[in-house]
Write a new protein. Structure first.
Length: 145
């Protein structure tokens, strides 16, 4: 539902040739690509995927240097823009709500899984479920909910 709310028409799982897969699914390269991961290499992939004169919107925070192919970006005349989704006041409001006991964050945790259970859990999350937040416990300890 969220994807449809923001106008998204397709969801792709990255394969071997994401630019071609995206263009095939959309009937051409996308005019805008949102980079929301913040992992090194994601900006470069977004530049590969976006249409000539398109926009790559960086929303992910990459904590390490993230080199891009500036020649490809130049030839395609790609615009790269960054945006912050939260203001400092938003974090203050969240901390105040937690401190006042207005919300119970543990109530959002619907399951805790081990690393061994993670692949099956991700597969299950591809479909509708009751899950809200799934925590990963690498120690394998049991956490009843």
């Amino acid at each position: 539902a969220l994807a449809a709310d923001i106008g998204a028409t397709r969801f792709l799982v990255a394969g071997n040739d994401l630019p071609q897969e995206a263009a095939g699914a959309l009937g051409g390269a996308p005019e805008i690509v949102f980079e929301c991961v913040g992992k090194p290499g994601m900006l470069a992939r977004a530049i590969e995927c976006v249409a000539p004169r398109g926009l790559v919107l960086g929303l992910g925070a990459c904590w390490h240097p993230d080199p891009i192919d500036s020649l490809l970006a130049l030839v395609k005349e790609v615009r790269v823009q960054f945006a912050v989704g939260y203001a400092k006041a938003d974090f203050g409001m969240a901390v105040e709500a937690l401190a006042a006991g207005a919300v119970e964050p543990r109530a959002m945790v619907t399951d805790t899984v081990t690393l061994d259970q993670l692949p099956a859990t991700f597969e299950a999350l591809r479909h509708r479920s009751h899950q809200c937040k799934v925590m990963i416990d690498p120690t394998g300890a049991h956490h009843p909910h």
